[in-house]
Design a protein around this ligand. Structure first.
Ligand code: IPE
Ligand code: IPE
Ligand code: MG
Length: 245
């Protein structure tokens, strides 16, 4: 039986987060430069986005570039920024055709201006779409995001707009860049690595993790379906015991 047939559509995660990893190793396997892997990763992005939207997932967050990724060789960083511009421009029609809204999290103001411009255009051009929200994590760092949120709240307190006692989990969550977005129930990481690499530390507090050895350029709809089936077979206890579920 196909993985897709095993999915219970009544119990879909509302929000899936993906750490797209393994482009470089995939390229190396093929005797090609790392950038070849990044280019081939675009198809996996397309497939994953399409599959999630078709199923009825509300939010899909893709980790595309971390603040730590600036430390890579400049040639790779430049190629990634150019690829982002191209991809954002090329995929815009498909996003609109599929009624998908684009959003971004991360310190996007620090991106090269042409990348930032393409991103803003993508966000503005899709803002009325309602079927699914695709969130790109770009120049993203969870620690940065948490510090930013703390600063924002501290400033409000200093300006007398907020009482210290009013700060609770909900107020804090609303100060994060994912304000208004439900926490991901499922996190997927490709390439066999089993770490978070500074991704959504707050939001993933109770997510189910699915790790697959597949390198990102080979990730297809089937792999997403399999991850969802894996997620649906977990018992999410949230601190309770099995008999209470
Ligand atoms: C993920 O693939 C893409 C980005 C981080 C931009 P990698 O480039 O990290 O590939 P590996 O992990 O080196 O194989
Ligand atoms: C995490 O992958 C960031 C993205 C997928 C964008 P990395 O490949 O950069 O993570 P590490 O360095 O292996 O932790
Ligand atoms: Mg990697």
């Amino acid at each position: 039986m196909d993985w897709k047939d095993q999915i219970n559509l009544e119990k879909l995660p509302r929000h899936i987060a993906v750490i797209m990893d393994g482009n470089g190793r995939w390229a190396k396997q093929h005797g090609k430069p790392r950038v070849f892997g990044h280019r081939n990763g675009v198809k996996a992005v397309r497939e994953t986005t399409e599959a999630a939207a078709e199923l009825g997932v509300d939010f899909l967050t893709l980790y595309a570039f971390s603040t730590e990724n600036w430390n890579r060789p400049r040639i790779e960083v430049n190629a990634l920024m150019t690829l982002l511009v191209e991809t954002l421009r090329n995929e815009l029609d498909t996003l609109n055709k599929n009624n998908i809204r684009l959003r971004a999290i991360g310190d996007v103001s620090q991106l090269p201006s042409r990348t930032h411009k393409a991103l803003v255009e993508g966000i503005e051009n899709t803002q009325n779409n309602t079927r699914m929200t695709l969130i790109l994590a770009l120049n993203y760092s969870a620690k940065w995001e948490i510090v930013e949120a703390s600063r924002r709240l501290a400033q409000k307190v200093a300006q007398g707009q907020l009482e210290v006692t009013q700060i609770d989990e909900s107020v804090f969550a609303d100060a994060l860049s994912t304000a208004g977005v439900p926490d991901p129930e499922l996190l997927i990481r490709s390439s066999g690595e089993t770490r978070l690499s500074n991704f959504l530390l707050w939001q993933l507090a109770y997510a189910e993790f699915h790790f697959t050895p597949i390198f990102w350029p080979e990730f297809r709809k089937e792999h997403l379906y399999k991850a969802i089936v894996d997620y649906q077979n977990r018992e999410r206890r949230f601190g309770k015991i099995s008999e209470q579920i």
